[in-house]
Design a protein around this ligand. Structure first.
Ligand code: ZN
Length: 313
């Protein structure tokens, strides 16, 4: 019996021991697992901290960039304002220079170009820019050269109205036809951002007689009076380059016509054409400008006041 009890006790003890060992092992594993989780938690916390720091850095950089952008915009505005002020000053100086030149009785030339724009007009503008002088363009309606109209005014030249169609049989029939053609060109110029001109040059000049066959003998007297009462100035010329005598006249003839025409004149309004066939006008221009400058002429533009200088009628 004692042996049985002893045996039983020994067995129970062995089971308990094994159970204890097993629990001890589980406990150690749990501790280890816990440590591992702690480590992972710490690592994740570190990562989150890092990301937060990076986020803050990016926000700081974004703010810096926004600041820089707004400073740049401010500077750009300031530069545009200064540019505009300089432009106004430049225009004032040019006007004063022109006034002084006229007041001193010095010699002044008004270069005028009719019937454009065409591709020749761009070359004329290049030559004028190179010589730092201004001119007046009496234009017709050529919408395919929209950029050229804009270039003319943007580069400081003047634009005058030479009717939209330049078609004698249309414009010289009666007052209404003429006015409609003038208004058509004004509307077109306004639609592309070029203001409506207040100066006119009549196709063929204010005393042309071709108009008589369409509107009668008195038509030009009526139209010139009408133009003035509608608030326009109009001007003819006192020197012709002769570039309309032929479809394309000889370059040397054009040079000679202008230089001889200007001789002994203190004020000269020179008639050129910058329509498509007038390539020799472009070729003649540098020589003409060079010689006129050498003779001491300054170059002016036509406005409503100066438009009274030369009128045939
Ligand atoms: Zn013309």
């Amino acid at each position: 019996m004692a042996l049985i009890i002893s045996c039983f006790t020994s067995m129970a003890s062995s089971i308990l021991y094994n159970r204890w060992i097993s629990l001890e092992k589980s406990s150690q594993e749990l501790v280890k697992r816990n440590e591992e989780l702690d480590t992972k938690d710490k690592s994740l916390t570190d990562k989150i901290d890092n990301l937060n720091k990076k986020d803050e850095d990016l926000k700081l950089k974004e703010n810096e960039l926004n600041d820089k952008e707004s400073k740049l915009n401010q500077k750009e505005d300031e530069l545009i304002e200064r540019e505009n002020k300089l432009k106004i000053k430049e225009e004032e100086l040019e006007r004063k220079l022109s006034e002084i030149s006229c007041g001193n009785g010095s010699k002044i030339i008004y270069l005028t170009f009719d019937d454009g724009p065409s591709e020749n007009t761009s070359e004329v503008l290049d030559i004028l820019a190179k010589n730092n002088i201004k001119a007046t363009f009496f234009v017709n309606g050529h919408p395919e050269y929209e950029n050229t109209y804009l270039r003319i005014v943007n580069e400081g030249h003047k634009i005058g109205n030479h009717t939209y169609s330049h078609d004698y049989s249309q414009i010289y029939t009666c007052v209404n036809s003429f006015n409609n053609d003038i208004v058509a060109l004004n509307n077109y110029l306004e639609s592309i951002g070029v203001g409506a001109p207040n100066i006119i040059r009549f196709p063929g000049g204010s005393n042309n007689t071709v108009s008589n066959q369409y509107g009668g003998a008195n038509i030009m007297a009526v139209l010139t009076g009408e133009a003035v009462s509608n608030g326009y100035g109009y001007i003819d010329w006192n020197v012709s380059s002769g570039d309309a005598d032929k479809v394309t006249n000889d370059k040397d003839t054009i040079v000679k016509n202008v230089l001889e025409g200007c001789k002994n004149k203190d004020k000269a309004v020179v008639l050129f054409h910058d329509s498509k066939p007038k390539t020799t006008t472009v070729e003649a221009l540098p020589e003409i400008i060079k010689e006129l400058k050498r003779e001491g002429y300054v170059f002016g533009t036509i406005d409503k006041e100066t438009s009274t200088l030369f009128r045939f009628m």
